[in-house]
Design a protein around this ligand. Structure first.
Ligand code: GA4
Length: 328
C-alpha cells in the first residue's frame, strides 16, 4: 500500500461538503429491444449524458467471471500487483494515486490499454493469470460491441444517414480504447465516521463513450444540468453509459459529457469495470457536418484525439478539460 504523508488520510478522503440529494429515480433506462430505443438514447444523451442499458446482450456469466478474476488479482499483495502490472503510468496497477497531477482516491485499480497492440497485457502470460487473459479479451469485445450498438442507435436517433457515423471511431482497428478495473476497498477508519469517502473525484471522461458495470455497492453519482449531484442506484445486471468529451465535440455540444464521481460509504467493497471507447490517435475531433444545422458554427477549435488525450492526461481530474479547446 502506498503511504501518503500530510495532509492526513481523513482530510484527503472524507467528503466534507455533502451536497448530494438522495437516490435518483429518473435515470433513463434504455431497453435495447425496444422500438423507441434510438429516440430514447438521444434524449438521454441530450438531457443527462448518462443512461442505463437493459437487455444489453452481454452474458452475466462473463461479467461474473471477470469480476472473480479481477478480485483474485486485487487480493494479491501490493508488491505482487505492482510487479505484475507495473505501477500505473497511466497503464498498470494504481493505488490511491489517480493521473499524474496529485489526485488521489480511495481505490486501487488496473488500467489496461486495449488498442490492437496493447502494452500492459504482458503480465497476463504469468501462470496465475492464465484464465484472466481470455476473460479480459472476451469482456472487451462484448462491451465494445455494446458501445458500437449504442453509437449506431445514437446516429439513427440523430437522423444521420450513415449508421456507422459515430460507431466507426471505436470499430476502427486503431481505436485508442482502455479498460479500467476499480476496487474501492472498505474504509478502515469507518468506526465513528458516518460519512462518505472520496472514492474517485468528480470528472468527465475524455473518450467517446464509457460502458460501466459495477457490483451492487452504491457510490456512483452524476451531476445534473443544474449542477446538483444525485446518487445512481447500483444495478449489477445492467450497464451504465457515460457520454465522453469527444462525443460532446462530435455532436457540437448537443450531447453532454457527464460529470460524475464515486463516493463510497466504506462499509463494503465496490467493484467496477469500465470500457472507454476512444477514436484512433490521429482522428480529427470536430463536430460532424451532418449534425450542424444551417449556419451553425463549430464550438471547438480543430484538434486531434492525440492532442486532446495528451492535454487531458496532464490535467487535474476535476478540470474542465474541453474548456481549452472551445472557441472564444
Ligand atoms: C478519467 C477517465 C478514465 O478513468 C481515465 C482517467 C485518467 C487516469 O486515471 O489516468 C485521468 C482521467 C481519466 C482524466 C484526467 C487525467 C487522466 C486521470 C487524470 C487526472 C483512464 C481517462 O482516460 O481519463
Amino acid at each position: 500500500m502506498v503511504v501518503l504523508s500530510n495532509p492526513t488520510l481523513e482530510e484527503m478522503f472524507l467528503v466534507k461538503v455533502m451536497k448530494t440529494s438522495g437516490p435518483f429515480s429518473n435515470v433513463p433506462v434504455i431497453d435495447l429491444t425496444s422500438a423507441t430505443a434510438a429516440a430514447d438514447v438521444v434524449s438521454a444523451c441530450v438531457e443527462f449524458g448518462f443512461f442505463k442499458v437493459v437487455n444489453h446482450g452481454v452474458p452475466n456469466a462473463l461479467v461474473s467471471r471477470l469480476e472473480t478474476e479481477a478480485m483474485k488479482f486485487f487480493s494479491l499483495a501490493d508488491c505482487e500487483k505492482e510487479k505484475a502490472a507495473g505501477v500505473a503510468n497511466p497503464f498498470g496497477y494504481g493505488n490511491k494515486r489517480i493521473g499524474s497531477n496529485g489526485d488521489v482516491g480511495w481505490l486501487e485499480y488496473l488500467l489496461l490499454e486495449v488498442t490492437s497492440k496493447p502494452k500492459s497485457f504482458n503480465f497476463l502470460s504469468e501462470p496465475w493469470a492464465t484464465s484472466f487473459c481470455p476473460c479480459l479479451r472476451e469482456y472487451v469485445s462484448a462491451t465494445r460491441k455494446l458501445a458500437v450498438q449504442l453509437l449506431e442507435l445514437m446516429a439513427e436517433g440523430l437522423g444521420m444517414k450513415q449508421r456507422n457515423a459515430l460507431s466507426k471511431f471505436v470499430m476502427d482497428s486503431r481505436s485508442d480504447s482502455m479498460l479500467r478495473l476499480n476496487h474501492y476497498p472498505p474504509f478502515p477508519m469507518r468506526q465513528g465516521f458516518n460519512q462518505s469517502i472520496n472514492g474517485f473525484g468528480e470528472h468527465t471522461d475524455p473518450q467517446i463513450i464509457s460502458v460501466l458495470r459495477s457490483n451492487n455497492c452504491d457510490g456512483l453519482q452524476i451531476a445534473l444540468k443544474d449542477g446538483n449531484w444525485v446518487l445512481v442506484p447500483p444495478d449489477q445486471s445492467s450497464f451504465f453509459i457515460n457520454v465522453g468529451d469527444s462525443l460532446q465535440v462530435l455532436t457540437n455540444g448537443r450531447f453532454r459529457s457527464v460529470r460524475h464521481r464515486v463516493e463510497t460509504n466504506g462499509a463494503r467493497s465496490r467493484f467496477s469495470m469500465i470500457y472507454f471507447g476512444g477514436p484512433p490517435l490521429s482522428e480529427r475531433l470536430a463536430p460532424l457536418p451532418q449534425l450542424l444545422r444551417e449556419g451553425e458554427q463549430s464550438r471547438y477549435r480543430d484538434f486531434t484525439w492525440a492532442e486532446y488525450k495528451s492535454s487531458a492526461f496532464k490535467s487535474k481530474l476535476g478540470e474542465n478539460r474541453l474548456g481549452h479547446f472551445e472557441k472564444q
